[in-house]
Design a protein around this ligand. Structure first.
Ligand SMILES: NC(=O)c1ccc[n+]([C@@H]2O[C@H](COP(=O)([O-])OP(=O)(O)OC[C@H]3O[C@@H](n4cnc5c(N)ncnc54)[C@H](O)[C@@H]3O)[C@@H](O)[C@H]2O)c1
Length: 323
């Protein structure tokens, strides 16, 4: 019976990673409530579940979408649903202002959404006895680290408001877990890529921009000589980590989510040009100040605590993204 399916809230569920998470949660037999203010998310990302029979009162109770700014709290948005369909069992908290550059331009907005939003989610979880909160943190919490791979034991020295707010959110998760018995896990995503990542924002992931350009046979611009490296992890692997984290009985865990491998941005561009049919050319623009040179995750903890290993080869993930 659909009414016995657990209710999982996904904040930011209309976004890139969020919509893939929603798909997987529903496929695993959950009912999902998406809380999103649609500043970067799109209803079209949830197109599979928009038919009336997928509403909670429909035959295949799957998805309810509530427009809500997490910086203003989530109680009022959830009350009409929980009073009718039962309590929220778990929360995947992904809603965020996602641009490091925008966080530097407007740190107060970043703080109210990325830290304030997390506090609102945790207050809800405490008051409503939510069984687990899984949170999207970021490799940005580490700041400029030179030793690779980066393990979770590396001291966090974030160098942007975005990184500071993600780290502050992690501390809040740990506090709520230890003081208020709200089980929590924070996952530090490295560079996530895959279908539905928005290429139109200049702050978007480099793969979504390069893929968009390669599809159009247009020029790919690399900032600097392209020797900077990144650990690119496919969204499907990130979703597996999130599902393991939100289901997990353990608490107060922080884990990297990456592949443990790095690739230079130049090699990446060359691979995408080749996969896109080879019509594009690559150009170089001056390096951007403040960009980190190397990034690679130590992923032992993700494997040991959650049994998750990112397994999508880059070429396969790139093909799916280009398609
Ligand atoms: N994509 C990456 O490489 C990456 C890396 C590290 C961390 N993350 C984190 O993963 C999460 C998801 O990012 P994404 O890449 O899917 O970006 P995205 O922009 O596609 O998703 C963010 C979602 O949150 C929503 N949102 C933003 N502010 C909100 C608010 N105040 N209230 C309600 N909803 C709001 C947006 O509309 C969007 O649907 C974010 O927390 C981001 O910081 C992403």
């Amino acid at each position: 019976m659909s009414s016995h399916k657990p209710i999982v809230v996904v904040t930011g569920g209309a976004g890139f990673i969020g919509s893939h998470t929603v798909d997987a949660l529903i496929e695993a037999g959950n009912r999902v409530v998406v809380l999103d203010d649609f500043r970067t998310g799109k209803r079209a990302n949830l197109a599979r579940w928009l038919a009336p029979e997928h509403r909670f009162d429909g035959a295949h109770a799957a998805l309810e979408i509530v427009t809500c700014d997490v910086a203003h709290g989530i109680f009022a948005a959830l009350e009409p649903i929980t009073s009718r369909y039962g309590r929220v069992e778990r929360i995947v908290h992904l809603a965020a202002q996602v641009s490091v550059v925008a966080s530097i331009a407007n740190p107060l907005v970043d703080m109210s959404v990325n830290y304030g939003g997390t506090l609102h989610v945790l207050e809800y979880a405490r008051a409503c006895n939510v069984s687990k909160v899984a949170f999207a943190s970021s490799a940005a919490v580490y700041g400029d680290v030179t030793e690779m791979p980066v393990a979770e034991t590396t001291p966090c020295r974030p160098v942007s408001p975005y990184g500071i707010d993600k780290y502050a959110s992690e501390l809040a998760l740990d506090y709520y877990a230890s003081v208020h018995n709200v089980p929590t896990t924070a996952l530090r995503f490295f560079n996530v890529y895959g279908p539905r990542q928005d290429p139109t924002s200049p702050y978007s992931g480099v793969i979504s921009i390069f893929a968009d350009r390669a599809r159009a046979g247009a020029l790919l611009t690399i900032f600097g000589d392209g020797s900077q490296t990144r650990d690119f992890v496919y969204v499907g692997d990130v979703v597996r980590a999130l599902l393991a984290a939100v289901a997990d009985g353990n608490t107060r865990t922080v884990a990297n989510v990456g592949t443990g491998r790095e690739i230079t941005v130049l090699e990446l561009a060359q691979t995408i040009v080749a996969l896109g049919g080879g019509a594009s050319t690559i150009a170089h623009a001056p390096a951007r100040g403040g960009e980190i040179l190397k990034s690679r995750a130590n992923v032992d903890r993700l494997r040991d605590r959650f049994g998750v290993v990112a397994q999508t080869p880059l070429v396969d993930g790139l093909r799916a993204t280009l398609a």
